[in-house]
Design a protein around this ligand. Structure first.
Ligand code: RRO
Length: 335
């Protein structure tokens, strides 16, 4: 089985998935994704054990020129069972089904995994991948685990064997396990994360199959000069930035990990995310080394029709360049 489950989609050369948090929190939104052409996989809003209302509004804002978004949603979601029940109802879909989990503690993530792998409900039979979100930037009183390298290492050392044991007891090894990471900026940060992932995968039998990078660029501040106040309410106006302005950071993260994983002999796929709004953007992310790409802000700005348009644009640029498959140019960024 491929590390990231790949299934038939209308444009089999274009592995597009929605970014968690974007148009994927409710049944209505997920249905829109399931019906959207050009999408080969679906991701849920990051789930917690119980439903959460999230931060006070306004908590999301779009720049007039659509060049960026800022959000401090605070993990509003319908609770893990809601999303698992939805996927159970979608049984037989042509999409790969990814569930994102973002427990506020290790124990909460374990409790959600218990539900996923429960013998009673057999939810694990209906999902293809679990993405563990270690990078929510907007939780008051919580820092991002993925920026604290010691804690991250210890956390994974406890969580990965727990998942493996649950998978073993259900023969559910087909479920790919991945991590949603925040943007990193220093070469040393990429080196440390790579060595943590290498150690974890050597210890736990290549258990991490993919990383998804980048989550929004944390703690931006957008001010409305007319009202002389931030455009969003939570956290004194601080929120995660998305959209075109973060694309160079996202590309650098994909490239930074792709080259290091190759050097380290690490077989971990990369889902690229951050500022993708055109087929050319997708082309650049694949060139940098992405296996799949996710669309976040553009999905919010344009709606689920964006996938079809982006796929068509990607096909055009590939035809112009004479590429028939993504593999033909994946990771082959020239010096
Ligand atoms: O809900 C959010 O505020 C949120 C999450 Br969990 C995340 O992972 N990334 C983001 O930009 N917002």
């Amino acid at each position: 089985m491929d590390p990231i489950p790949q299934i038939y989609c209308k444009y089999s050369m274009t592995p597009l998935i929605n970014a968690s948090g974007c148009n994927c929190a409710t049944t209505k939104m997920l249905n829109e994704l399931a019906e959207a052409p050009g999408l080969c996989a679906i991701m849920t809003k990051s789930a917690t054990l119980e439903p959460r209302a999230g931060n006070p509004e306004p908590r999301y804002w779009e720049a007039l020129d659509q060049s960026f978004t800022i959000n401090a949603m605070g993990l509003p979601n319908c609770g893990i069972k809601y999303y698992l029940d939805y996927y159970k109802r979608l049984d037989g879909t042509k999409h790969s089904l990814f569930i994102s989990i973002a427990g506020l503690t290790l124990e909460e993530n374990k409790a959600m995994l218990d539900i996923i792998f429960s013998q009673d409900t057999e939810y694990y039979k209906y999902i293809d991948a679990i993405e563990i979100n270690l990078s929510c930037p907007n939780l008051v009183g919580h820092s991002q685990l993925a920026y604290d390298f010691n804690d991250l290492d210890m956390y994974l050392s406890e969580l990965l064997p727990y998942i493996r044991a649950s998978q073993d007891s259900n023969s559910a090894h087909h479920i790919a396990i991945g991590l949603k990471l925040p943007p990193y900026f220093e070469a040393s940060q990429f080196d440390i994360i790579t060595s943590i992932l290498k150690k974890q995968n050597e210890t736990f039998d290549q258990h991490i199959k993919f990383i998804h990078c980048i989550n929004s660029v944390p703690n931006g501040l957008v001010i409305d000069p007319a009202t002389e106040s931030p455009v969003i309410k939570p956290k004194g106006g601080l929120g995660g930035l998305g959209g075109s302005i973060i694309k160079p950071v996202a590309l650098a993260n994909v490239r930074g990990f792709y080259t290091r994983f190759k050097q380290a002999g690490l077989e971990i796929d990369i889902i690229g995310s951050g500022g993708i709004s055109t087929g050319t953007d997708v082309f650049e992310f694949i060139l940098a080394g992405a296996e799949m790409v996710s669309i976040g802000s553009q999905l919010m700005l344009e709606g689920p029709n964006c996938f079809d348009r982006i796929c068509t644009e990607l096909m055009v640029i590939m035809q112009e360049k004479g590429y028939i498959t993504l593999d033909a140019y994946r990771g082959k960024l020239k010096d």
